[in-house]
Design a protein around this ligand. Structure first.
Ligand code: HEM
Length: 438
């Protein structure tokens, strides 16, 4: 069948409009969908045309075509995670790298880590006692970083993780500051100084990670089951740079995403109303020393977490897939060099799949488990998030700790739900703070 040649319709955006889209992808892509339909192209100056996909039939087709579609990533992201990062690789090298990274992140490997993860969270909730209220996102970010580090490396204290990741935190802060200013208002000096600061901190992060690699190699008590242990015992030895890039990727990808997810879960758990009652009852009946199997059996909590991730779409869109040559797909003959993304936010708001999509209602997942083409908080196909099992496990343990910690109060959370851009993720409003009164 003859298909229209070329790209679907869509707007040409200048730098400021692209900035506004990145700052508020939910609103901007939503209005573009209303204007252009379920598939549209965003043209940006100096970048590949970006085709935005939004429906389950698009997702089904993308999953089928994923391996032969693309080269992935943008140069800006490459600087952060490194050119050898799994997120930057394509084809066979990508598949091989994922094979190395996945085993320590599988559910059964994580089951043994539940006591350690719970211990980290309890320590963090204990540190709230007598302290001033802390921004909720700062609190969940500290937890997410420590938990990710506990899977990557041998056990470390909070202070060691903080020191290791200090350059990463400075990079993230720098990116926030830089992105808070519209491109037209940025001076040439501010752009140069942001670039230089980024390069300095990125080199420091590599130094810190190299020290971890050296320590792991020289210490006979190092954890062989940690992700670093697995990378070091790869059947075909990896170069040091390959190892550093995977570690940086995991810290970046596993950190802000999970921090936002935990913060959203806390928001919805503490909101007045009946929506959280069934999940709360399950959490309250859980043993203090619960296992991964106990957590997996909590149907209402699972549905609650799924609904948190659906309505919040922590990661608003998938990684880009770049067509390697002309491709007949999604009803078009797309040219080579087209970037394809799935708007996870819009996919989670299709009223024919999710009636009243703006309503938080975990019951929609209780009797009908989510489908891989309509529920996509972790993406899909060959690039589906390798940290999905860890992130959901963390959410459940976090909620159990939240319910068990007396005297917790969320300040500034009595506002209707909306998301704000937080790095490349969406988070609940950043002014929400957490206080512990006893
Ligand atoms: C709530 C938490 C998280 C969410 C919502 C999330 C979501 C996502 C999404 C949407 C993608 C892109 C998938 C695609 O393009 O199809 C992705 C990729 C990725 N995520 Fe996550 N993620 C989370 C936590 C984590 C954690 C905890 C880790 C690791 C410790 C992690 C590691 C990665 C990596 C390495 C990739 C790149 C995979 C590839 O390119 O093959 N993520 N994630």
């Amino acid at each position: 069948m003859a298909l229209p040649r070329g790209l679907p319709d869509g707007p040409h955006l200048d730098d400021d409009a692209v900035w506004r889209m990145d700052e508020d992808p939910a609103t901007v892509l939503g209005s573009l969908q209303q204007q252009y339909g379920d598939i549209f192209t965003v043209h940006r100056s100096g970048a590949a045309p970006r085709v935005v996909l939004t429906s389950d039939s698009h997702i089904r087709e993308l999953i089928k075509r994923d391996p032969d579609l693309y080269a992935c990533g943008t140069s800006q992201f490459a600087q952060l995670v490194g050119r050898q990062s799994v997120n930057m690789l394509s084809g066979e090298p990508h598949r091989r790298m994922r094979q190395l990274l996945l085993p320590p992140l599988h559910g059964h490997a994580l089951a043994g880590r539940v006591p350690r993860i719970r211990g980290i969270m309890r320590e963090e909730f204990d540190r709230l006692r007598g302290a001033d209220p802390v921004p909720l996102l700062q609190f969940t970010s500290e937890i997410a970083l420590r938990v990710t580090a506990s899977v990557l490396f041998s056990p470390m204290s909070a202070a060691q993780v903080r020191e290791l990741c200090a350059p990463l935190m400075e990079i993230i802060e720098g990116i926030h500051q830089h992105r808070s200013v519209p491109p037209a208002d940025r001076s040439a000096e501010s752009v140069t100084s942001a670039r230089e600061a980024f390069a300095r901190q990125r080199a420091r992060l590599d130094e810190n990670l190299s020290a971890q690699v050296a320590a792991h190699r020289s210490n006979p008590d190092s954890d062989p089951a940690s992700l670093l242990g697995q990378l070091l015992s790869a059947p075909v030895a990896l170069t040091d740079q390959q190892i550093l890039d995977q570690l940086a990727t995991m810290l970046v990808a596993g950190h802000l995403t999970t921090a936002s997810g935990l913060a959203m879960a806390a928001y919805w758990m503490q909101r007045p109303g009946e929506h959280a009652a069934a999940a709360a009852a399950e959490l309250d009946a859980l043993a203090d020393d619960h296992s991964a199997a106990d957590l997996a059996a909590l149907h209402h909590v699972t549905a609650f977490c799924d609904e948190v991730l659906r309505i919040g779409s922590v990661v608003p869109h998938s990684s880009g897939r770049r067509t390697a040559g002309p491709v007949r797909a999604f009803g078009y003959e797309l040219p080579a060099g087209t970037e394809l993304i799935v708007s996870l936010h819009l996919a989670h708001r299709r009223p024919e799949v999710y009636p009243d999509p703006e309503e938080f209602d975990p019951r929609r997942f209780v009797d009908s488990p989510p489908s891989a083409t309509t529920f996509v908080p972790f993406g899909m196909g060959v690039r589906r998030c390798p940290g999905a099992a860890l992130a959901t496990l963390e959410m459940k343990i976090f909620l159990a700790c939240l319910r068990r910690t007396p005297g917790l109060e969320l300040i500034g959370a009595d506002v209707p739900f909306r998301t704000v851009s937080f790095g490349s993720t969406l988070a609940p409003p950043t002014q929400i703070r957490l206080r512990r009164t006893v």
